[in-house]
Write a protein that binds this ligand. Structure first.
Ligand code: 5AD
Length: 353
């Protein structure tokens, strides 16, 4: 099937129509090669420059707790990892992160954490309201996992604008092989629909090269992205963590990750697309390669330095180099070397539909 179909013409059609069939996606992913990839990146860069110029948006990431009630097989801060050194930031510590971030030029704060019961709805809403009144010109992004719709509603009313929740993988069976019983693709996807309906700008995404992942799974992820039409899509390579059930699995590659980034840029031309820390972690030039494949966001770390090395979702996670918020100048210099630059604009998605 599709034996004679030329991959370049599929890429052209993707750019023109922002849509492909499941079979076409699968072929485009399975039969990729360096020449096709280079062509894809050229198209993706052109689309990105048309909508966003050469600007790179920055988000200040505050990893405020690594306690988590979940036990995802891939994740270093899973509940069963007795070796993880747990921490949670106080409200004052979180507010100081915002203060420092604002001074550095950040206009989006991302509160990211494990699913930590200590942060009840009331405590979260209180923190969100304080940030909202202290920094009224900033966007507040939450990345705290699955909650009830009522909780999401409460956080939105307290002043949160955006929510990041990766769907991880669309396929229900694949999802079940990455997560313990009790967690489901269906519930994850319901949360995403709730968030959208409430009015959040939503970010979703998946790991590339996670255990058992097939080209068909990635094809389904692309079709899901098209249907959800999120404002942001975060993807990064799976990287094993030594104290998880997936310790001995192979990591995802830069090569497939940047290829997926290029495809996402053509599928959702105006989407916000981070070049993630995980991508920077598996290769010294990973972050740059992400940008050259169509990414337009970076999320430096604003957490207090002494906790950064504890928020370890995977091995060797970068936390003290140019991905640190204090090093924006270095990051900007690296981006300038490839023809891009950091902007301090809030960077709301143009993908408001
Ligand atoms: N490798 C790469 N990404 C990971 N994440 C969690 N564990 C890993 C890992 N071992 C990603 C998940 C999650 C996000 C916060 O980090 O996709 O949604």
């Amino acid at each position: 099937m599709m034996a004679g179909t030329d991959l370049k013409s599929l890429i052209d059609r993707l750019e023109e129509t922002q849509s492909l069939t499941r079979e076409e996606w699968t072929e485009l992913i399975r039969r990729r090669n360096p020449e096709t990839a280079e062509y894809l990146f050229e198209r993706a860069r052109e689309v990105r420059i048309r909508h966003y110029g050469r600007d790179i948006f920055i988000r200040g990431l505050i990893e405020f707790t690594n306690y988590c009630r979940n036990d995802c097989y891939y994740c270093g801060i899973r509940k069963s990892n007795g070796k993880a050194e747990r921490y949670r930031l106080t409200k004052d510590q979180i507010l100081s992160c915002c203060e420092q971030g604002y001074r550095l030029g950040f206009r989006t704060f991302v509160l990211q954490g494990g699913e930590d019961g200590w942060f009840t709805d009331e405590r979260m809403a209180d923190i969100i309201s304080e940030i909202r009144s202290g920094w009224p010109d900033c966007a507040i992004t939450l990345s705290i996992g699955e909650r009830e719709r009522e909780s999401y509603q409460m956080f939105f009313e307290a002043g949160a604008n955006r929510y990041l929740l990766r769907h991880e993988t669309f396929d229900h069976d694949h999802y079940a092989r990455l997560h313990p019983p009790g967690l489901s693709a269906a519930h994850r996807q319901k949360c995403l629909r709730d968030l959208k309906e409430i009015g959040y700008q939503v970010g979703t995404g998946f790991m590339v090269g996670s255990p058992y992942q097939t080209p068909e799974n990635l094809a389904d992820d692309m079709i899901f992205l098209k249907e959800l039409n999120p404002q942001m899509v975060g993807i990064g390579p799976f990287i094993p963590h030594h104290d998880t059930p997936f310790a001995d699995r192979e990591a995802g590659t830069v090569e497939l990750t940047v290829y997926m980034l290029g495809l996402i840029r053509l599928l959702l031309p105006k989407v916000l697309l981070p070049s993630t820390t995980a991508l920077g972690t598996i290769s010294p030039d990973g972050r740059e390669r992400g940008v050259l494949a169509g990414a337009n966001v970076v999320m430096p770390n604003l957490s207090p330095t002494q906790v950064r090395e504890k928020y370890l979702l995977y091995d060797n996670k970068l936390c003290t180099g140019d991905e640190a918020a204090e090093s924006l100048k270095n990051l900007d210099a690296r981006l300038k070397a490839i023809g891009y630059h950091i902007t301090v604009a809030r960077g709301d998605s143009l993908n408001i539909s």
